[in-house]
Design a binder for this molecule. Structure first.
Ligand code: NAD
Length: 480
């Protein structure tokens, strides 16, 4: 007699039930009936044990009876039975190379989207060590948490003017107290062998000084956008890193984000024919007159260099070409102290070769809105939250015969800060130039200066034409 039959007979005896064995089995199928039997048996045994001892009833714990496959069971110390299966490792490919993913036995059909490859993190002692300079919103809210999703990067040092923040953050992320520095001690990073890269996350006006001083420590530099407050500062930063023979990358996270990269591929592959114009909008609402973002000397400008830059840089990234002319219109509400020094709104057009126009607006006093639409000959691509940290939604429209086809494309997401940092680490580990080097930031700065000039003078401003594609970018990132 099988274990299932034996259990079934036992429980029917215990429960003294009226129901026939045949009815019992036909109620829910043999497997389920056997499972129910195991659970009922355990409950009966518990009940009878409790009544014998005259003690209080102990609730039965363990796997619910309905999930128990009685073909093989394991008896726990308290007499409860749980399913037991032979432990095996199904066939899997386990390549020796660190960057090749483990391939597990497949079980999904190709009807559903393919799972991404299993992650290939480097052992911690082989990852690139970063010193984060500035413990403000971006560092605490996005960058430090993103290291948890990195495969090639780890935080090893912190620089801040606040000893309290340094102590707390260092504890949270396992950073040695000896690797915490004040701004005055910044140059001592030179003597910390665990630090290979410095990530500058300070107000815009401080980028130039901290990149130039950082280069002197011999460490590679990742610098937040906007690269600096002027073309001249950008040029000095590039020269300092060249002289020190260290890499310089500007943190254009969008260029490492999967949805934006997919749109770029569709644009470049002319999925819906030639692109004719792009509309972009990056707006948010700001407060706090005292914040550096509202001080011209520290921020360099208002909405344009802070968030409008994403419309500018992303359209250059999508098209691969460079604008030849810009026309800007700027406004700040009179009497609003937030916008006494910096612009509240910038609306501008960029003319690209072949008559392509990019029309953008950025605002510091409207509800959060961050999208763009690429309009091509035979369809459009619309990326909601295109410039946001997360939540990208890609919609497309095109015609098929009499039908207008509107699709929503969903792909795997990736933390764009982790992707960006891992790309820079890869450049360091493999001695490659970064995809978004200082030259990419310098070109944006040239264009922003032309937009300001145009808005001030109320006329279009021409830019020096640049021929070729991706002229200011380094090789494609691997982004595994
Ligand atoms: P924040 O104000 O939250 O943090 C700035 C940090 O700099 C603070 O820790 C502050 O203590 C320190 N600091 C040092 N000297 C300072 C001074 N003189 N005045 C003010 N602060 C000083 O700013 P944030 O939002 O973290 O932005 C930092 C940089 O990161 C900026 O360049 C910004 O443009 C960039 N950023 C990029 C993204 C992105 O998505 N890539 C997002 C936000 C900010």
């Amino acid at each position: 007699m099988s274990i299932a039959d034996e259990l079934l007979n036992t429980v029917l005896r215990h429960a003294g039930q009226e129901v026939s064995r045949k009815d019992f089995l036909s109620l829910a199928g043999r497997g389920l009936a056997a499972s129910v039997a195991v659970g009922t048996l355990a409950a009966c045994q518990d009940k009878s044990a409790a009544s014998t001892a005259g003690a209080t009833t102990t609730p039965t714990t363990g796997t619910p009876a309905a999930q128990v496959d009685a073909s093989t069971t394991y008896t726990a110390a308290g007499g409860q039975q749980v399913p037991s299966s032979e432990a095996v490792s199904p066939p899997a490919k386990v390549p020796a190379a660190a960057d090749k993913p483990i391939e597990l036995e497949a079980w999904k059909s190709d009807v559903d989207p393919k799972s991404p490859p299993t992650p290939t993190p480097l052992p911690p002692d082989q990852r690139v060590g970063y010193a984060l300079v500035g413990l403000g919103h971006l560092t605490l809210e996005e960058l430090l948490p993103a290291f948890g999703e990195c495969k090639k990067s780890k935080p090893v040092a912190l620089v801040s003017g606040s000893p309290e923040k340094l102590a707390k953050v260092a504890k949270q992320y396992g950073i040695k107290p000896t690797s915490c520095y004040s701004y005055a001690d910044y140059d001592k990073l030179k003597d910390n062998p665990e630090v290979q890269a410095i990530y500058i996350v300070l107000p815009n006006s401080m980028h130039a000084e901290y990149v130039i001083r950082g280069a002197k420590t011999g460490k590679h530099i990742l610098c937040e956008k906007p690269m600096a407050n002027s073309v001249r500062e950008c040029e000095l930063m590039i020269a300092a890193c060249k002289e020190a023979k260290v890499k310089l990358m500007i943190a254009y996270r969008i260029q490492y984000e999967p949805y934006n990269r997919l749109v770029r591929d569709m644009v470049r592959g002319q999925k819906f024919g030639k692109v004719k114009y792009i509309q972009g909008q990056n707006s948010q609402s700001s407060a706090n007159v005292d914040h550096w973002r509202h001080k011209k000397a520290l921020a360099g400008g208002g909405a344009l260099p802070d968030i409008g830059l994403y419309c500018l840089n992303t359209s250059r990234f999508l098209l691969g070409t460079e604008p030849i002319e810009v026309f800007g219109y700027m406004h700040s509400t009179p009497g609003n102290p937030l916008f006494k020094e910096v612009e509240e709104m910038m609306s501008w057009q960029m003319r690209f070769p072949d008559g392509i126009v990019v029309d953008s607006i950025t605002h510091y006093d409207t509800h959060d809105s961050r999208f763009y639409r690429v309009n091509a000959e035979r369809g459009w691509l619309h990326l909601d939250n295109g410039y946001a940290y997360r939540g990208q939604q890609l919609k497309t429209s095109h015609a098929e015969g009499p039908a207008k086809m509107q699709n929503q494309i969903t792909i795997g997401t990736k933390n764009q800060f982790a992707a960006e940092m891992d790309h820079f680490s890869e450049c360091i580990l493999e001695n490659k130039p970064p995809h978004t080097p200082g030259e990419e930031g310098l070109q944006d700065q040239r264009i922003m200066e032309a937009i300001y000039q145009s808005a001030r003078e109320g006329r279009p401003v021409k830019l020096t034409p640049v021929s070729g594609t991706d002229v200011f970018r380094g090789p494609e990132p691997k982004l595994s």
